[in-house]
Design a protein around this ligand. Sequence first.
Ligand SMILES: CC(C)(COP(=O)(O)OP(=O)(O)OC[C@H]1O[C@@H](n2cnc3c(N)ncnc32)[C@H](O)[C@@H]1OP(=O)(O)O)[C@@H](O)C(=O)NCCC(=O)NCCS
Length: 246
Amino acid sequence: MLGRGPRGQGAPGTDRIIKMFLTTFITPLYLILWHILWIRNNFYFISIHLQCNCVSPFEILALQVANRHNTLLRPLAVGDEIVAANVHIHSWRETYAGVIDDATLDELPIKFAERVERWQNIINESLSACDNKTIVAVKEKNIVGFARVGVDRDGAFEGAGELWSLYLLRACQRKQIGYLLLCEAMKFLRENGYRSAYAWVLAANPTMAFYRRSGAVETGIRKTLDIGGKQYEAHAMQWNSLDQFV
Ligand SMILES: CC(C)(COP(=O)(O)OP(=O)(O)OC[C@H]1O[C@@H](n2cnc3c(N)ncnc32)[C@H](O)[C@@H]1OP(=O)(O)O)[C@@H](O)C(=O)NCCC(=O)NCCS
């Protein structure tokens, strides 16, 4: 019998017409729209890449992974000094309440201008320095935390890099952002030839658990830090291998 095939299949030519229509119009249109959306969503990352030679397209992809909780990681940039100083002071006050003397913590906001100047110097230095890196976590266009990493400042551990600092505002803690900052910092050390790293952590700081969870072990090496004229004990935590931070 000529005409329609089995029920539901339609005329023999219809499938071909639909296929041709999809191949000629819909698929290319879909691909174009997908690319437009991708470029729009990633414009921020692409502009970072264009502004900072230090960020590779692969790194941008890695940074996108950090986009959980609407947070992205990027290198410290010109113009960050005021917000970074603010986060630094807030995070210190939140972290060290009951650990460091109250008077020292209360003085921090008074020394805000000094702290901004320090961050300005860090930014200036980071524009030319290759042996250290500062990465910031940004949420809704505001810096909420940072990690600083570089050469071993004490010479305490031969061949190791040092995590200089890692701070997040309390409101953004326990969302894996700290771990992502740590990973980016350690990746920088790894790419610069270091095989291990360490960090000084105040003995009374409860975030020791975070370091242990991230693979760091206590070395048994301790030192006394002078903060605001008072002495505090710090423990050296070490990552014996940076291979986990790929
Ligand atoms: C340390 C810090 C950067 C960690 O960042 P974070 O985003 O809160 O931590 P993450 O969510 O990535 O934590 C990863 C894991 O580490 C462990 N961990 C993190 N913080 C912890 C804490 N305070 N106590 C116990 N375990 C902790 C947990 O096992 C956690 O996984 P889970 O939440 O699934 O249980 C952040 O808590 C912080 O800024 N603290 C105050 C500043 C500070 O002490 N800096 C270190 C100075 S040396």
